[in-house]
Design a protein around this ligand. Sequence first.
Ligand code: BDR
Ligand code: CA
Length: 313
Amino acid sequence: MTRRRIIIDTDPGQDDAVAILLALACPEAFDVLGLTCVAGNVPLDLTTRNARIICELAGRPDIRVFAGCDRPIDRDLVTAEHVHGHSGLDGPSLPEPEMPLQDQHAVDFIVETVRAQPPGRVTLVPIGPLTNIARAFNSAPDIIKKVKEIVLMGGARSALGNVTPVAEFNIHVDPRAAACVVSSGVPLTMLPLDVTHKALVTRARNAAFRAIATPVGCAVAELTGFLERYNPARYGGDGAPLHDPCTIAWLLRPDLFTGRDVNVAIEVESELTMGMTVVDWWRVTQRPLNAHFIHDVDAQGLFDLVTERLARL
Ligand code: BDR
Ligand code: CA
């Protein structure tokens, strides 16, 4: 397997935390160039804190963590403490981080890193609102053609919305940024709610995390157990979706997933449907195919993979 050079753009978030841990558990597959934080699930001061907590939990205080945008491009920030708790990382009891935050702004780091690498080397993995990525593309359009691919968690088609009736959180928080990214021309894979709502942390899967019996395994059981308390009554099903790790898992084992090449457009005008991902599933328009839209997963295969890899940390 080629070792991918990745930047994880993130707003931790319990499920972001598991995604970061999964990536750090696979050094043979990923060279994690940095974590770029954005405001999303909680404000930026907490997402930068949480990202560093997770690096230290993984025994990787050497990973560079950057603070990025503290609000969407042209909207007020919407956060999700009702899902993730006040800290964004409620559940386990983890120490405050000691590793430093980098001085450089996350957007500048993205621009500089993509420029410094040969074309087609850097994979961007956004698992929060897309503000940092869009700001980087807008301020340095020359990097767009150099990015190898974007693999993001966001959007919804048949699953519709989790923050409004038709909008998924990451897209809804910064629709203009999402529109910039989906129209950028960078090869794009989307892991929307359609697939993440099939990746449920059942009691058995949560028990498998705990049975790893390491600090990481126990923390992941607590993190995903906290999410489990959130929404079974609302969405049904046995457990909460493990959204963000689907991106890293797709990079590791695309054979576990099923997707389709489609056009995705983002609603940026209507307050009623703001942030809706309008997916041309049946190709009824002439719009270009701009996204590989994942809609199905071998869920047990996914959790077996995540559990096996996390046990390495
Ligand atoms: C997405 O929103 C956040 O709450 C999660 O971390 C995930 O990235 C799911 O809609
Ligand atoms: Ca997230």
